[in-house]
Design a binder for this molecule. Structure first.
Ligand SMILES: [Zn+2]
Length: 110
C-alpha cells in the first residue's frame, strides 16, 4: 500500500496510506479534491487538487467518488431574494395553522 504525505492544517505533514485518503471528482466541472481524517488530531481535511494530483492519487490506489452539481444550480429564479423578514414571517405562519392554510390556499389559487 502506497504511502501518501499530506498536510493537516493543525499538525503539519502527516503520512497516510491509500486507505486513509479518498478522492472526489465533480462530473460536471471536473473539479477534484482529496480528503482524509488526520491520524493525529482526527480532524477531517479536504483539499482541492489539480488533475495531475488526482491522477497520481488514483494511480496509487486511492478510492474515487464522483458527484454532480445540485440540479438547483440550473433552475431559473425570479423575484427578489428571501430576506430575514421573510423568514420571520414564515416562522410565524408555521405557528398559526389557520393562517398557514389560508396562505397555502392562496398560493394554490383556491
Ligand atoms: Zn491533524
Amino acid at each position: 500500500m502506497a504511502t501518501i504525505r499530506a498536510s493537516c492544517p493543525t499538525c503539519g505533514d502527516v503520512e497516510l496510506t491509500t486507505a486513509h485518503v479518498r478522492v472526489r471528482v465533480c462530473v460536471d466541472d471536473d473539479r477534484g479534491e482529496y480528503l482524509f481524517r488526520c491520524l493525529i488530531c482526527r480532524m477531517a481535511v479536504v483539499k482541492g487538487a489539480e488533475a495531475r494530483t488526482i491522477d497520481l492519487l488514483v494511480a496509487s490506489g486511492v478510492t474515487v467518488d464522483t458527484w454532480s452539481l445540485p440540479a438547483e444550480l440550473h433552475e431559473q429564479h425570479s423575484g427578489n431574494p428571501i430576506t430575514h423578514d421573510d423568514l420571520l414571517d414564515f416562522h410565524a405562519l408555521l405557528e398559526d395553522d389557520y393562517s398557514l392554510a389560508l396562505a397555502m390556499d392562496s398560493m394554490l389559487g383556491r
